[in-house]
Design a protein around this ligand. Structure first.
Ligand SMILES: Cc1ncc(CO)c(N)n1
Length: 224
């Protein structure tokens, strides 16, 4: 398919095939409790500080995706990914401001086990053998879980506490959704031209992201 849309695409097919797991990642009790207004603020602060450490690691991951992109013969996706790297600079500042607002001292935080597990997964993309197709699919999946999770917190009928709306807007906004759709179109185009074993690896990476995202919410809720 080459209409630029996402319906009927490889990634859309996976979202359907693994719908249950996708829902566990994007409608997790942690984010649903933000939407309900029943969120435990100590859990929110745990998420905030752990996600700051995640994003620091994510910078290196996105840089590795950018590097793989630049090595492609057709590197027309470069600007989109470069934009992603650039926006993480603003994101790190946002985390620092937000942490100060909540009285969280980021200097004294160390990563919990589920976060470390996610770090190891992200670091594995430094290997030049990991293809651009797998990397860009992983990048899309990671961003999309947050977009869908936080987008739900600002959809109609939400009771999200006003002091958490900024967080939800960061990933739930219409602009961030467009950005995720742009990543999805890139992933689908690359996958459409990739060999079957690469597509299989990308599918496995998609599932792994869902597992790791569920683990991250569990960790934040202190359920694990
Ligand atoms: C754990 C996690 N997944 C995805 C994102 C989106 O960038 C994030 N900030 N943290």
């Amino acid at each position: 398919m080459d209409g630029g849309g996402v319906e009927g695409s490889t990634t859309a097919a996976w979202m359907e095939r693994y719908q249950q797991m996708y829902e566990r990642a994007t409608r997790h009790p942690f984010t649903v409790s933000i939407r309900d207004g029943t969120i435990d603020l100590s859990a929110f602060k745990r998420w905030l500080s752990q996600d700051y450490l995640f994003v620091r690691e994510f910078v290196a991951f996105v840089a590795s995706v950018l590097l793989k992109c630049c090595k492609q013969e057709d590197n027309s996706d470069m600007e989109t990914i470069l934009g992603g790297v650039a926006s993480l600079s603003d994101e790190l500042s946002w985390f620092k401001n937000e942490a100060a607002r909540w009285g969280v001292d980021l200097a004294s935080i160390s990563p919990l086990e589920s976060n470390l597990e996610y770090h190891r997964f992200l670091q594995s993309f430094n290997e030049p053998e990991i293809s651009y197709a797998v990397a860009i699919t992983t990048f899309w999946a990671i961003e999309t879980v947050y977009q869908d999770s936080f987008g739900f917190c600002i959809e109609e009928g939400n009771k999200t506490p006003p002091e958490l709306l900024g967080t939800c807007q960061r990933w739930g906004s219409a602009d961030f959704k467009l950005y995720c759709q742009c990543l999805q179109r890139i992933a689908d185009r690359i996958l459409a031209n990739a060999p079957a074993d690469t597509v299989k690896s990308a599918e496995e990476a998609f599932i792994r992201v869902l597992e790791l995202e569920i683990g991250f919410w569990e960790m934040s809720s202190c359920r694990s």
